[in-house]
Design a protein around this ligand. Sequence first.
Ligand SMILES: [Fe+2]
Length: 309
Amino acid sequence: MQGVAKMPDDIATSTQPSVSVENIHISDADLPAFTDMPFEDIEELHLDHPGASDEEYRKRRDHIAACAKKFRETGVITDIEYSDEEQGIWRHVAGRLEELHEKHASRFYLQAKKDLGISNGRIPQLSEMNRRLKELTNFRLAPIEGLVNTRAFLSWLSWRTMLSTQYIRHHSRPDYTPEPDIVHEAIGHIPMFTNANFADYSQFIGHGARVANDEQLEELGRLYWFTVEFGLVEEEGDVKAYGAGLLSSFGELEHAFSDKVERRPFLLEQVINTPYDYSEMQRILYVIPSYSELKEVTRRYIESIAGRS
Ligand SMILES: [Fe+2]
């Protein structure tokens, strides 16, 4: 596609920006090679993870990691044969979250989950959600075995691609995960990409990440945090959750609607300058008026980044 350069060149140089905010039509042929991803930066299974000393769990994670690595060579998503124990964790968490979603989740999100066929009964495969997403908004999923750095992760959004984990949290603490897992991805993130405005908005953040200097990248990280992870939206005179960090956590979701949280109107300049602490419950959240408004405000901001890099 015209005007879109390969990611490693973008990151290696800080010269002329190579993205256009209007590049929203991405075909498979436009994608950079997944083998260009910086493998050495992927963080897998920390020592303080609940499954860190469980040999079986470690082996399982290694197997699922190998599937993600294979994807980067072949471009084909490997379906995971989830065990009964893993399916049990999903049923437990998905069932509990659904009760809270009925009360607090964005209407759009609730419908999107159904449209993608995400149910409480079984863990959805990335391949099936990927197929449906491509039909609906031309967004893609790419398996990843752990956390990659902020610039790499956000930059893939520029190609309408979200890096997504496939493993599930450890059975000893089904209600907790210190890292993204398939619950966080499939219940938190993936449904929202069926929203055209939200998908375009995510892509704008990706465009920004490819040309941002380090300071601007921090701003983008805060914008992502207060929207994609912890965003609230006005809906029919009410406030609802659409952020993945809220929708995939009972604690955060209940807390978000308690009087311990200050819910502020979304002002982009304020959001990009508001620090957050990922290790604590959020004290400040931002409410967007609509997904289209979020997209348009962000378009102008990303254009300003592209112009001053
Ligand atoms: Fe996330």
